[in-house]
Design a binder for this molecule. Structure first.
Ligand SMILES: Cc1cc2nc3c(=O)[nH]c(=O)nc-3n(C[C@H](O)[C@H](O)[C@H](O)COP(=O)(O)OP(=O)(O)OC[C@H]3O[C@@H](n4cnc5c(N)ncnc54)[C@H](O)[C@@H]3O)c2cc1C
Length: 445
């Protein structure tokens, strides 16, 4: 078996997950080549309207902490301690994310995060970054990658290929064509569009310590703060509806009806709406994630999910930590490590895909309802009553590294009790419910 310094690893895609993976593999001593189809994003212009910021939480932070990058990444981050709901009359309701209101998810710039990770990868001995190099095909026989640099095609045959080339992964598509991988794409009917709320007189136009939500049933808008005191809004809507709204009158009328308090804060609304692209949302169910211990999928290439739990990148970063762990446990034997990596991560990816779908319904339909708000209050009360024993689903997903599949199981045990309590049953029943809950928590949570 080759030692890491004799082993060449090609990482396809230098996005968030690929650049983090290159850091980890470089630190293990591998010879890593990252092939990224875009020009270097640290010097090139940013693409208009493509997810400018994202919410980073504990899973992502854990992956960054392990390679001493967390302070650099978090320096410009903006904490969001809760969600701020805007109803159609402009009334605001705040819900903190944690029982004591002290925990926050973090709004960070996707570009800045990618740049930090690329800088770190570049500074890691053994790692070489190649920009403007598009992978066009992968061949399992010789573990070959066809790389397009302008009109020129070059073929490389590294020892290991890891595909972190996102939702439309070219490596995955080659594996699909050769019958080695099958992919089920679910729910492509929804899309998204990015819009802007700029700073007003150099200050935030809304509270920057919250993720703002305008829940409207079939559609939903959210806004996250940026360091330049603007907010990036994302409107989620069925694609047919997004495409149907075209003229300035249609756009303004729709927003005046659905998001009246936001309109005065969005001076570039019509221009943003007309010129920013419509993004595509879907869930990918991919199987298997690796073949013959020499090629594997990671991040969105393996498990693109809906963005409604703010976990896609966080989950991809967790993949990197798990792959690194598998390499450690197997003495860097890729043939053994990759199947274990798949076995450990796949069920968790399915779990967060499911949780993200459910959270969409929660965010767009339920967050504004009095019953939902009551159930959140009860959840938080239970968290305070049973510290460390009772953890809400949100808390487990965003503020711990409890495997996603375990989150679902534990949440099931806890949820029925919390809902019964929220329904306003009498003190005796509450006592019994708490007793049950404490027992459930002691059992194995
Ligand atoms: C609207 C929206 C909001 C989101 N919000 C959050 C959030 O709040 N929190 C969170 O954790 N996640 C969020 N996500 C999800 C997150 O963006 C993704 O999970 C994350 O970007 C996945 O990283 P990745 O590196 O696997 O893929 P990508 O970020 O897609 O990177 C893939 C890279 O591969 C390159 N590439 C593609 N094809 C090729 C090729 N053929 N050859 C070479 N290079 C190639 C691309 O140029 C790109 O750089 C959000 C997603 C969306 C759409």
């Amino acid at each position: 078996m080759k030692t890491p310094d004799q082993t060449t690893v090609a990482v396809v895609g230098g996005g968030l997950v690929g650049s983090l993976l290159a850091c980890y593999l470089g630190r293990r001593g591998y010879r890593v080549d990252v092939y990224e189809r875009r020009p270097d994003p640290r010097t090139a212009e940013v693409e208009r309207g493509r997810s400018i910021n994202l919410a980073l939480s504990e899973r992502g932070l854990d992956a960054l902490r392990r390679i001493d990058l967390v302070d650099t990444v978090m320096a410009p981050a903006l904490p969001m301690h809760g969600r701020m709901m805007h109803d159609v009359s402009g009334r605001l309701t705040y819900q903190s994310y944690s029982a004591n209101g002290d925990r926050a998810i973090n709004s960070i710039s996707r570009g800045a995060l990618n740049a930090t990770l690329l800088d770190a990868a570049e500074a890691t001995p053994g790692v070489t970054l190649h920009f403007g190099v598009r992978t066009t095909a992968y061949g399992l026989g010789a573990n070959s990658l066809a790389l397009a640099r302008g009109d020129a095609i070059e073929v490389v045959e590294p020892d290991v290929v890891i595909a972190s080339d996102g939702f439309g992964s070219a490596v995955r598509q080659s594996l699909e064509v050769s019958g080695r991988v099958s992919t089920l794409t679910e729910g492509e009917d929804h899309g998204y569009k990015e819009l802007t709320i700029p700073a007003v007189d150099g200050e935030f136009a809304m509270d920057p310590d919250a993720l703002h939500i305008w829940p409207r049933g079939s559609s939903m808008m959210i806004a996250l703060p940026n360091p330049d005191k603007s907010f990036t809004c994302t409107l989620f809507w069925p694609r047919t509806e997004l495409e149907a709204l075209t003229t300035p009158e249609e756009i303004l009328t729709h927003f005046a009806t659905e998001y009246p308090d936001a309109v005065p804060l969005m001076p570039t609304l019509v221009d943003d709406f007309q010129h920013n692209p419509n993004g595509l949302l879907a869930t990918l169910h991919v199987d298997p994630w690796q073949a013959e211990g020499k090629v594997a999928l990671i991040g969105d290439a393996a498990h693109a999910i809906l963005p409604f739990f703010g976990q896609g990148a966080n989950a991809g970063f967790e993949d990197v930590v798990e792959l690194d762990r598998c390499l450690t446990e197997t003495g860097d034997d890729w043939g053994v490590a990759l199947p274990i990596y798949q076995q450990r991560r796949q069920e968790n990816a399915e779990a967060i895909a499911h949780l993200a779908q459910e959270n969409f319904i929660e965010m767009r339909d339920k967050v504004a309802s009095p019953t939902f708000r009551a159930s959140k209050k009860v959840e938080h009360a239970l968290e305070r009553l049973l510290p460390g024993k009772y953890l809400s689903r949100y808390e487990m997903v965003s503020f711990t590294t409890i495997p996603y599949a375990d989150v679902i199981e534990r949440d099931k045990r806890q949820r029925s009790t919390a809902l019964a309590t929220a329904a306003g049953v009498g003190a005796v029943a509450v006592g019994a419910a708490l007793g049950l809950l404490a027992r459930a928590a002691r059992k194995g949570s």
